[in-house]
Design a protein around this ligand. Sequence first.
Ligand SMILES: CC(C)(COP(=O)(O)OP(=O)(O)OC[C@H]1O[C@@H](n2cnc3c(N)ncnc32)[C@H](O)[C@@H]1OP(=O)(O)O)[C@@H](O)C(=O)NCCC(=O)NCCS
Length: 187
Amino acid sequence: MYKLRELERKDLQIINTWRNDPELIQYLGAPYRFINMDVDNQFYDGYMASRNTTVRCAIVTDKSDVILGLITLANVNYLNQTAVLHIMIGDKENHGKGIGTFAVSTMVAHAFYNMNLRRVELNVLTSNERAIHVYEKVGFKREGLKRKAVYKNGEFVDMYSYAVLKEEFTGINELVNIESAADTASL
Ligand SMILES: CC(C)(COP(=O)(O)OP(=O)(O)OC[C@H]1O[C@@H](n2cnc3c(N)ncnc32)[C@H](O)[C@@H]1OP(=O)(O)O)[C@@H](O)C(=O)NCCC(=O)NCCS
């Protein structure tokens, strides 16, 4: 029903509307900024130049190539076999439909079974209960509390750090068809 494919330049127009949406940005650790298309074109050029340490995928449906969300493995480190996960699904009408669970479990499977990583990490605002639920369902474990880590909406707020190790990744059997995971973007 849903699939991942590598991010393309044509996706930037939609991503730019998401990145300018304060309602969506409130869930992220990053601050709200006004972002024009030149910035997003540079963001894409930066990705093309750092593709050996970053995997950026659009979340789309089988039937339509229109981007529903963006999921990223950043800071890929082949010595430590680690990466950092980021995800956002753009329209709030698409939240709560299972898209995030699919995308997170598929990208983590890609990290472990295609890229030979062994640990995927992330940070999440302590208030983001929906995201925390998805991460824990896929097998992420809470490792720490980062107190007053980021400035959001006029105050400093806490974040949790989470990680999942390859040997404790539970999502693969229940949530992901490993063959379709292997079809997703690779380096
Ligand atoms: C977080 C996000 C990726 C999750 O994806 P999603 O497609 O909405 O999530 P899913 O539909 O796969 O799953 C949502 C789960 O959270 C549960 N949930 C929803 N609201 C919840 C809440 N307030 N508290 C706890 N669980 C909640 C749902 O019941 C569902 O669990 P279930 O499948 O076990 O019933 C998506 O909502 C999103 O992009 N949000 C905005 C950006 C963001 O928060 N990014 C993450 C930053 S770390």
